[in-house]
Design a protein around this ligand. Structure first.
Ligand code: GUN
Ligand code: ZN
Length: 439
């Protein structure tokens, strides 16, 4: 018997709350239920209805816990787990001082295995059920994260970070051909195997030669079902650097576009300081942008224009960008997105923040309907949240007038203590939350 009924408050989205009215976009049941069958969500509805329809199915009751699709972190760097919260630098110095020395340690597969497991367990403890992660230049670092995800039955996107320019340190450089060969072999080993997907991953144009960008563009054309992830227009100093390295390019995006690295399945992290031409091209091809607000404030990058970009119809997801980001928590990331929105003059609604952390990120990864959705047919990757997880949150939530008022204190002040349980692929995850299974 693989069926299971879980009870609690349920929060689901039928449409994008940036474009549909709230009543249409979001569906909340105060006493709801989710029927899981063979790893998938079979039904979402009122608890009384589903209990009556399936009286003999094993049931777990989370009481007032909020059942949501698990969070989807659309851009992070698992190899930076151990250097999160490193003080005092902006992007280029932060990369050189903290990131690159740490990434060199991933030449050792045992270290990669240790950090991959640690990172995914931290993600699960925070209610994140899928990440799209960069690895290091070492193919072993890619095997490590895919193996760790398979061991936990997590859906995952990852790829070998490619760097062949002398702007990167000697010990972190591959070659154009080596990056192509290694990435191709890793695609064959991992792409679409179980719950794994491969993303072709040039780190960013300042650390690749034209030959490498061309090779990876060719590889993407040969494997169009892969995602391609990279960084775009994160800091003004970085954009100046790109201008110097690629004098012939019209703008930063053109350094990807010219070599076959702009497409619908492209996932562009940060995208803060965009030119009008870049916005037009990104929207024309339907590429994905990923907002990383804790990183953007921590490294001092700038303010992502969520209202402007979503208003213009761009596809946008949300991410931690760990360890440039300062938290593993998508709750903390939603809070930072709210704060960045305020500095831009727009108060993002809790429904919009929640949608970005689930469905929005799933859309950017072209996994909509599969993950990030509390909807029949989706894979049963769930998080159950306690909306009163600390005294400060509980006393505020006690004053709530509606579900959004009840959720917002957890968005703004919540962390891993709010995570009551996590389900992965239809099974309770023992390493996250305090899952209480009753049959
Ligand atoms: N740009 C290129 N590499 C990185 C990275 O590792 N983190 C961030 N935040 N930006 C980058
Ligand atoms: Zn990044």
């Amino acid at each position: 018997m693989t069926r299971h009924l879980i009870l609690g408050q349920t929060l689901a989205f039928a449409a994008d709350p940036f474009s549909a009215p709230l009543e249409v976009a979001a569906q909340h049941h105060r006493r709801g239920a989710v029927l899981i069958d063979a790893g998938r969500i079979a039904a979402v509805g009122q608890a009384d209805d589903l209990k009556a329809e399936f009286p003999d199915v094993a049931t777990t009751d989370y009481g007032d816990g909020l059942i949501s699709a698990g969070f989807v972190d659309a851009h992070m760097h698992y190899p930076q787990t151990a250097i999160i919260a490193s003080w005092g630098k902006r992007l280029i110095d932060w990369l050189n001082l903290y990131t690159f020395p740490e990434e060199m340690r991933f030449a050792d597969p045992a270290y990669a295995t240790e950090i991959a497991g640690r990172c995914l367990d931290l993600n699960l403890a925070h209610g994140t059920t899928t990440v799209a992660s960069y690895c290091t230049i070492h193919p072993g670092s890619v095997d490590a994260i895919f193996e760790a995800a398979a061991a936990r039955d997590m859906r995952i996107v990852a790829g070998k970070t490619c760097m062949d320019r002398d702007t990167a340190p000697d010990r972190l450089r591959d070659t154009a051909q080596g990056a192509y060969d290694d990435s191709r072999a890793l695609i064959e080993r991992w792409h679409d195997k179980g719950r794994a997907s491969y993303a072709i991953t040039p780190r960013f144009s300042p650390t690749s030669t034209v030959a490498q960008l061309e090779a990876l563009g060719a590889l993407w054309a040969e494997h169009p079902s892969c995602l391609m992830q990279t960084h775009l227009s994160e800091q003004t100093d970085e954009i100046e650097w790109v201008r110097g390295l690629y004098p012939e390019a019209r703008d930063y995006l053109d350094t990807y576009e010219a070599y076959g690295l702009l497409g619908e399945r492209g996932v562009y992290g940060h995208a803060i300081h965009l030119e009008e031409r870049e916005k037009a091209r990104l929207s024309e091809v339907g590429a994905g942008l990923v907002h990383c607000p804790t990183s953007n404030t921590f490294i001092g990058s700038g303010l992502f224009d969520m209202a402007g970009l979503k208003g213009a119809g761009q596809r946008v997801g949300l991410a931690t960008d760990t360890g440039g980001g300062s938290s593993f928590s998508m709750l903390r990331t939603m809070a930072a997105a709210y704060e960045v929105g305020q500095l831009h003059g727009t108060a993002l609604h809790p429904a919009q923040l929640w949608w970005l952390a689930t469905e929005g990120s799933a859309q950017v990864l072209h996994m909509q309907g599969r993950i990030g959705a509390l909807r029949a047919g989706a894979e049963a990757d769930l998080v159950i949240l306690d909306l009163g997880s600390t005294p400060a949150i509980a006393q505020r939530a006690a004053q709530a007038n509606d579900i959004w008022d009840a959720i917002f204190p957890t968005i703004m002040m919540g962390d891993d203590r709010a995570v009551q349980a996590v389900w992965l692929n239809g099974a309770p995850c023992q390493s996250a939350g305090s899952a209480r299974i009753s049959t």
